[in-house]
Design a protein around this ligand. Structure first.
Ligand code: NDP
Length: 315
């Protein structure tokens, strides 16, 4: 049952990861009085990570959920109106954009900053879910360091898996790359690098049956889908690199997207094909996908929104 209430805002931010909160900090300090809708996973992907050691400014590292709490508190300090709700529908016909929350509340906004992020794809095993952040990770760049000198496995066969497997091989004793078919989808040059890495073993036609361990990863049981032969690998880390899905379904038909549904922005900017709508964070970045790069693009989006409002004479 929708509630027919409407309000008017200068700036609405959709999403609450590093991009969304950084956009909120900049927009609120620029007196745009932003409203931020968190979505169903407040804090985004970092809330399912443990230690974050590569975010500048935290020399001792920080827990992902704590870092997002810090981001949020900084946005609140400058007056961001944070709403723990999902956005269900948008209308970007413009010039004033319309956004409906899941309760049916309508907000009209001169600018909208999209920061809905992306979600890692998972295999769907119960053990994978249970051991998440206890040895199971979807980000080698974030978590590989914790497994230096150890033996790990990584599943996937695209460019991400190839890149992350070679990255892990630089710090781990041994890396097992689990490929479900007899070939990899990754580019030839990345496959070449995989082949040329001495401590990286590719297991072809291989699927993951179970990740072993109670408090942490103690091994993985794999099965060859041609022969049915099962093997246990003695690994302490298990990385999943089978792709990401940008959280952009909501913007289908409104914002231009690439073939993988990542939002398209003007190169080097956050401007989209809709005036007054700006794209930031992982929803528009399939390459870097780091908290610090997402935060940087959230800052860019807020500055772009401020400039747009100023050019239109709204502020
Ligand atoms: P992709 O979608 O390209 O690849 C996903 C891989 O995961 C596929 O090989 C797929 O296997 C495998 N996979 C999917 N589901 C399962 C499953 N349940 N079990 C086992 N394996 C599974 O995703 P990427 O993240 O690798 O890449 C996304 C895009 O980003 C691509 O366009 C890529 O080229 C690009 N990219 C570019 C980089 C660069 O240029 N440096 C670096 C990283 C990414 P199958 O092949 O059998 O379907």
């Amino acid at each position: 049952m929708s509630v027919s209430t409407t309000e008017r805002q200068k700036c609405v931010i959709i999403g609450s990861g590093p991009a969304g909160y950084t956009a909120a900090i900049y927009a609120s300090r620029a007196n745009l009085a932003p409203v931020l809708y968190t979505g169903k996973e407040p804090g985004g992907q970092l809330t399912i990570t443990n230690d974050v050691e590569n975010y500048p400014g935290y020399p001792q590292g920080v827990m992902g959920p704590q870092m997002m709490e810090d981001f949020k508190n900084q946005a609140v300090r400058f007056g961001t109106d944070i709403r723990y709700e999902m956005i269900a529908r948008v209308d970007f016909t413009g010039p004033v954009h319309k956004i409906w929350s899941e309760t049916g509340h309508e907000v009209q906004a001169d600018t909208v900053i999209i920061a809905t992020g992306a979600s890692a794809k998972w295999l769907g095993l119960e053990s994978e879910h249970r051991l998440m952040s206890k040895g199971v990770s979807a980000c080698a760049v974030c978590d590989g360091f914790f497994f230096r000198g150890q033996e790990v496995a990584i599943v996937g066969a695209g460019d991400t898996a190839a890149e992350e497997a070679t990255y892990l091989a630089k710090m781990c004793k041994k890396v097992h790359l689990l490929v479900r078919r007899d070939e990899m989808r990754a580019s030839k040059i990345m496959q070449e690098r995989v082949r040329n890495t001495a401590n990286l073993e590719v297991h072809w036609n291989t699927e993951t049956e179970e990740i072993l361990g109670v408090e942490g990863v103690e091994g993985v049981r794999i099965v060859n889908n041609k022969t049915g032969v099962k093997t246990e690998l003695n690994v302490t880390g298990f990385f999943v690199a089978i792709g990401h899905k940008p959280n952009t379904d909501l913007f289908e038909g409104w914002i231009d997207m690439d073939d993988n549904k990542y939002l398209k922005a003007v190169p080097g900017r956050t401007l989209t094909n809709r005036e007054g709508v700006f794209a930031s964070g992982d929803a528009q970045d399939h390459i870097y996908r780091q908290a610090v790069t997402a935060a940087g693009s959230g800052c860019m989006a807020a500055l772009d929104a401020e400039r747009y409002l100023s050019e239109k004479g709204i502020i």
